[in-house]
Write a protein of this length. Structure first.
Length: 225
């Protein structure tokens, strides 16, 4: 417990002495006369010894959401399953990739594809918007469409680090063609453990020759952290 108290004191001293630290970037834990044992046992102090971090900037850019692997069950259209990945961050940028594969047990319906998203605001924000671009294939009993998928995604984070969020995605497959299909997807997720979440997906599919809707329960495994 003592080492945690010492770390807290160190943080308080840093905040109160911020102007001085800004003028003397070489300030480190040794200047506060901390024992080597405390420094060795504290990754935070070791990091601050190397370089005093810009905490505000890290909060802004550290993703408020988590990358996830997904597996779900949909009872509609005779029952079906979905597997996929959501918001896999690309090398600490605002780009993420998502992909999924959905099929019914009778093989009469399928929906699969992948998209790349670019979040317009820093990833640490609780509200974010991302244009969506990708490829998707959709098929049913009497129709089949595939092609470019374009749209937008709205993300509302209720609790950071995957604790809870709501996302709404509107996209169009093969836009401006006779086979154009609009896809609306509402997803609400909530963490039940540090690594697992339960999500509900509500999807609406609108085409010139078909309309379809489905609701599913998704189990999500959160990556990282």
């Amino acid at each position: 417990m003592n080492k945690y108290v010492t770390v807290l004191v160190f943080l308080c001293l840093y905040i109160s002495a911020k102007p001085a630290l800004a003028q003397t970037p070489s300030t480190n834990a040794q200047d506060l006369d901390l024992s080597p044992e405390i420094i060795k046992d504290s990754p935070v102090l070791q990091r601050w010894r190397r370089q005093v971090p810009n905490v505000l900037e890290e909060i802004r850019n550290d993703p408020s959401f988590r990358s996830r692997l997904r597996f779900g069950y949909f009872p509609t259209n005779g029952g079906g399953i979905k597997i996929g990945a959501e918001d896999i961050v690309i090398d600490k940028t605002r780009f993420t990739i998502s992909g999924e594969y959905y099929t019914t047990f009778n093989g009469k319906h399928a929906n699969y594809g992948g998209e790349i998203n670019y979040y317009l605001r820093p990833l640490g924000n609780y509200i974010n918007v991302a244009p969506v671009l990708g490829y998707r294939h959709i098929s049913g009993e009497n129709y089949s469409t595939n092609g470019v998928s374009v749209g937008a995604k709205l993300l509302l984070v209720l609790s950071r680090s995957g604790g809870g969020d709501i996302s709404l995605t509107q996209s169009w497959v093969a836009p401006a063609s006779n086979e154009e299909i609009g896809l609306t997807k509402l997803s609400v997720g909530y963490a039940v453990t540090r690594k697992l979440r339960i999500s509900t997906d509500i999807e609406q599919q609108n085409g010139r020759r078909n309309k379809d809707s489905r609701v599913g329960i998704i189990l999500e495994y959160m990556l990282g952290q």
